[in-house]
Structures are given as structure tokens and as C-alpha cells.
Design a protein. Structure first.
Length: 404
């Protein structure tokens, strides 16, 4: 494969703008950052553009066609927080440079009848083909059950272990079966024995406190049941947890749709009718929630130095999962993070280097020699105007240019 050299672009390496304007791709890897253009190289003129690492959505649930849709928006990796794309099922995805790469928890540890069962309408059946190997369903109600499932999940190819800590109060189903502290503690402790990363679904302050007490590495939502206090921010900070705020999801839970995003021609051109309808809808399960409170919480977490990761909780093209669309909503999340007070640079880190670091993805999330050539070239300068991330000029996944 011939060398490809991107020239004359501002290069944001996942942490900062580098001040160089040349990046050389050799096969699936970044061969050089800066320096001269190698002789015989294919030139991609990046004048007027910014080169970013491929974006990472730190919270998704896959659906048919969703990985291809994500890649069209420059999202080169999706982290599946419940689903079927564990290592035993994703061989074809790993080798397919027309779709985003994926890492997965498999199915989360939750009690029978616990979250997310309340989200599915009665009789609903997803419209997709079953994977080669059906995932393990780790339903747990005791510490012994949760601990026993952890090595089984890891053996089956889960990349990290997820726990659902949710009594259904935010989703309009109070009293839902939920993990208790002892069961959560036992599962997390078992995962630590194997060196596995742990995450917890937590939409309330109480659930967040439970995750911190258990020693979870990160929470996959920011709580939305009440405004933050200095105490809960301190608990999260002292626990060393990262937070995936998923502001887009919280907005949808309060009834805010993604219609404004869907009206953006840069988005509309890439969505089919099913995803357009979904983006224009909303969950609307917690209308009493306050988006301003959520943004204030995100601002306080950022000010405290908590690692924030950009994620969306996007799922299927169904209106009851509304307000979200793969790929597009990560750009929406970046805008929300900036609205909360993050600088555009810190928001971009949340979708690149910070997520790669916290999820131990050492081969991506940055532009550096030897790393995967997962790259996004956009017109303009998103380090000063975050809205420019949607100005897609080119996308590379492992050095293969999408649509080339």
C-alpha cells in the first residue's frame, strides 16, 4: 500500500494542537507526525482543515447498520455498554474498515427484571440477526452470583464488566429490582482480581455513591435526580472514577428532542428516515428533570478535575429510544460539554485521548507515530469552534479512507 500524507492541516493530537501540518499514513498505522512529505506519497491537501484522532463514543448500544453510520460521522470506535459485540462475535467487524471498531461489555450484571427491561415495550422484538454466539445473560441477585459471572463474562470476550445500579425511578418505573451494595461490591471485587475494568450504570446520586463505594472505575451516566452538591462531586473525585455524562441522553429523558441536530444539513444528509424519526423523538421519561442542573453538574466535575468521557447512550432506530443517532449524537454531546463550560479542547479530549486512556485503548485516541491511523479531517478549527467537528472532509479507519 502506498504512503498517504495529509498536508497543510492543523493537527490536534488528542491532547493539544501540535503546530505541525504533516501526518504520514503507512498501511494501517501513523508512520510520521511532522517532517517532509515522503517521495511517491499520495497527497491529501488539508488546507483550511483540522486533523483529529478518530472520535470515540464511550457509551452506545449497537443496532443493524449502526457501526457504519457512526463511521460516516468520524466515530471510528464505539464502546458498547450492553450488547453482543464481544470478542467471540466481532471478528468480521475488526477486519471491516467500512464500519467503526467496537469494544463491548457484553450484557451487564443486573437482577432478573431489572434495568433495562423496563425500556422495552411489551412484545417488542429487535429487528436484527442473532450473533454467531448468544451472549451470556448474567442475572444476579446475590454477591455469590455476581462474583461467579465475572470470570465467565471475561472468558466469553467481554472487554469490561458493567453493573446496572438502577431502581427505575428516573425511567418512570420506581421499585425496579436493582443490585444491592453487597452484590455490587462482590462483583467489582471479583473483576479487580482479574484486572478487569468496571463500569456502572447510575442515573441517581444514590447509585453513584454506591458505585464509588464499590470501587467502580467509572460511571456511564451523570446523575439527574437532583442538583449536585460539593459532597457528591468530592466522592466521585476521591474515588478516581471517570464519568460519561451522556448529556444527550439526559436531555432526551426530560423530553428534549434532537430535531435541531436533525435539521442540520450536515447531519440530515447522512441519516435514513428511521434514524431521522428517532433523532426527532425523545425518551421523555423524566420530564421533571432539569438539563440546567445536569450541565451544572458536568461543569463542577470538570472543575474538580474528574475525567469526563464523551458518550451518548445511542441505541436502536426506534422512537422510544429517541433524541439520539449513532455518530451524529457524539457531535451533539461535544456541544453540550462546551455548553457546560468545557473548552473545545477539553471536549475533544473527552472524545479521543481521555477515553482511550481510561478504557486502556493504547493504540488509538491520539495522533502519534505507531498508532492506528484512525483519523478525522474536518473543515475549520474545532479547537476554537466545536461545531466544526461536523464539517467532515475525510475519515480513515486503520488507514483506509472511507468511500475511497
Amino acid at each position: 500500500m502506498a504512503l498517504t500524507t495529509i498536508t497543510h492541516a492543523q493537527v490536534f493530537d488528542g491532547e493539544k494542537a501540535l503546530g505541525v501540518q504533516t501526518v504520514v499514513i503507512d498501511g494501517g498505522r501513523i508512520a510520521r507526525v511532522g517532517g517532509d512529505v515522503p517521495e511517491g506519497s499520495e497527497i491529501v491537501d488539508g488546507g483550511g482543515a483540522t486533523l483529529l484522532p478518530g472520535l470515540i463514543d464511550a457509551h452506545v448500544h449497537s443496532a443493524p447498520g449502526s457501526l457504519a453510520l457512526a463511521l460516516r460521522f468520524g466515530v471510528t470506535t464505539e464502546l458498547e455498554m450492553q450488547g453482543m459485540n464481544t470478542r467471540e462475535n466481532r471478528g468480521l467487524i475488526t477486519e471491516d474498515d467500512t464500519v467503526a471498531d467496537v469494544r463491548s461489555s457484553g450484557f451487564a450484571i443486573t437482577p432478573p427484571g431489572g434495568h433495562p427491561s423496563e425500556l422495552m415495550p411489551e412484545g417488542f422484538r429487535p429487528k436484527w440477526e442473532l450473533p454467531p454466539v448468544m451472549p451470556l445473560m448474567p442475572f444476579s441477585t446475590t454477591p455469590e452470583e455476581a462474583a461467579a459471572f465475572v470470570p465467565q463474562l471475561l472468558a466469553r470476550g467481554s472487554d469490561f464488566i458493567k453493573f446496572m445500579v438502577d431502581d427505575g425511578s428516573v425511567e418512570g418505573h420506581p421499585g425496579l429490582p436493582s443490585l444491592d451494595q453487597a452484590t455490587l461490591n462482590a462483583g467489582v471485587a471479583e473483576a479487580k482480581k482479574y484486572g478487569a475494568l468496571t463500569v456502572a450504570h447510575a442515573l441517581t446520586v444514590e447509585a453513584t455513591e454506591m458505585a464509588a463505594e464499590a470501587g467502580v472505575d467509572g460511571v456511564t451516566h451523570v446523575f439527574m435526580d437532583r442538583p449536585h452538591t460539593a459532597e457528591i462531586i468530592g466522592i466521585i473525585k476521591d474515588a478516581g472514577m471517570f464519568v460519561i455524562p451522556c448529556v444527550t441522553l439526559n436531555a432526551s429523558m426530560t423530553g428534549i428532542t434532537g430535531a435541531e441536530l436533525a435539521d442540520d444539513p450536515r447531519v440530515a444528509a447522512r441519516l435514513d428516515s428511521a434514524w431521522d424519526r428517532t433523532l426527532r423523538s425523545s425518551y421523555n421519561r423524566y420530564p421533571q428533570g432539569s438539563l440546567d442542573d445536569v450541565l451544572d453538574t458536568v461543569r463542577a466535575l470538570d472543575a474538580a478535575g474528574v475525567d469526563l468521557l464523551a458518550g451518548t447512550d445511542v441505541s436502536m432506530p426506534e422512537t422510544f429510544f429517541g433524541g439520539l443517532a449513532h455518530g451524529a449524537s457524539l457531535h451533539h454531546e461535544l456541544r453540550y460539554l462546551v455548553a457546560a463550560g468545557l473548552t473545545p479542547v477539553r471536549a475533544l479530549r473527552a472524545a479521543t485521548a481521555t477515553t482511550a486512556r481510561r478504557f486502556r485503548l493504547a493504540d488509538r485516541g491520539r495522533i502519534a507515530e505507531g498508532l492506528r491511523a484512525d483519523l478525522l479531517l474536518v473543515d475549520g478549527d474545532p479547537t476554537s469552534d466545536i461545531g466544526d467537528t461536523l464539517n467532515t472532509r475525510a475519515v480513515w479507519r486503520r488507514g483506509a479512507r472511507l468511500g475511497a
